[in-house]
Design a protein around this ligand. Sequence first.
Ligand code: 9MR
Length: 377
Amino acid sequence: MTKIELLIVICLALFLFGAVCNVVKIDKLALKDVFEKHFLIGAALNDDIVSGKDPQAAEIVEKQFNTVTAENVMKWEKIHPKLNKYDFDASDRFVDFGLKNKMFIIGHTLIWQSQIPGWAFVDSSKKLLSRDAMLARMRDHIFTIVGRYKGKVKGWDVVNEALNDEGEFGKTKWLETIGKDFVAKAFEYAHEADPKAELYYNDFSLDKPAKRDAAVRLVKDLQAKGLRIDGVGIQGHWGMDYPIREDLDAFIDSIGALGVKVMVTEMDIDILPVASNYMGADINIKVDLQKKLNPYVDGLPDEVQKKLTDRYSELFAQLLAHKGKVSRVTLWGVYDKTSWLNNWPVRGRTSYPLLFDRNYQPKAAFYAIIKAAEKTK
Ligand code: 9MR
């Protein structure tokens, strides 16, 4: 063997060794370790994951995440289906899963106008409850649930989606029965029920200036009343060109300046065509419309996958650049197949919004956000 040949063999061996090391390293990568110095990282869990029906998803969660949120099982209609009946089977499973894995457990959500049965707001003759009666019902709900998981659930989305895009309180039964201080009352009761639990306000579109300013006012109002509020969650149901960079920066800065935590609580990125752009389309092109709205049933073309990957990378780089201000990022689901976005705003689509694909494999976006973290000193 000549010297040159020997050199080539050595280089080749080194290259192969490097590649093998890389594969092993990648297999060992866990998001919770990669992001440890930056923020908690987690996912919303459905009941199949915690009940053992979806063990592959559970394995991903156990390996990758250090915080979990209940996707549905703690919502009023599930946990408190009838006036004098609470159902804790699924929520207990969720909390036990989080405790077993030593995770930061988030309860979602105590007060929301959706996924709540109509009886919650009326008396036995179907008359809207008085303010006092509604407050009593709210207190009972909060005390029963927060009390049960005292010391176990570390943070609560106390109020969800109370504001509208104009920066006013949305017209809800909570507002109608109690008045504007329903938010303050919910925080007051939650704190009484578990004085150590962190308490959050959670909403979508908080990057929009009017809604952001309303959230700032809401936090200041609670603080002025001497109530505990630990953080604001921007849900993070984002798209390829939404939110715009400046607005997200402004949201993080303005909430951060109030001395409370900023969290991305329900992150996913929708790359499917925006359904509302097709509203009012000619009825004759209905079949065509199905195809247009659901174009990737057989998988994502490479160039679309790349766009999604770049978008994840860009958004994580932006969150990381706020050094220490963002305390948690939670993905709204574990893998694409079970994302709510397969059925919203159009039912039965094949969507690709998360970091793991339909076969439980990490996507390019998974590696891209790891790179983004590695680039952040
Ligand atoms: O992901 C949840 C989905 O399974 C439910 O059907 C839906 C019902 O409203 O709620 C979804 O989660 C929502 C969350 O609780 C609050 N923010 C918006 C989320 C997506 O709709």
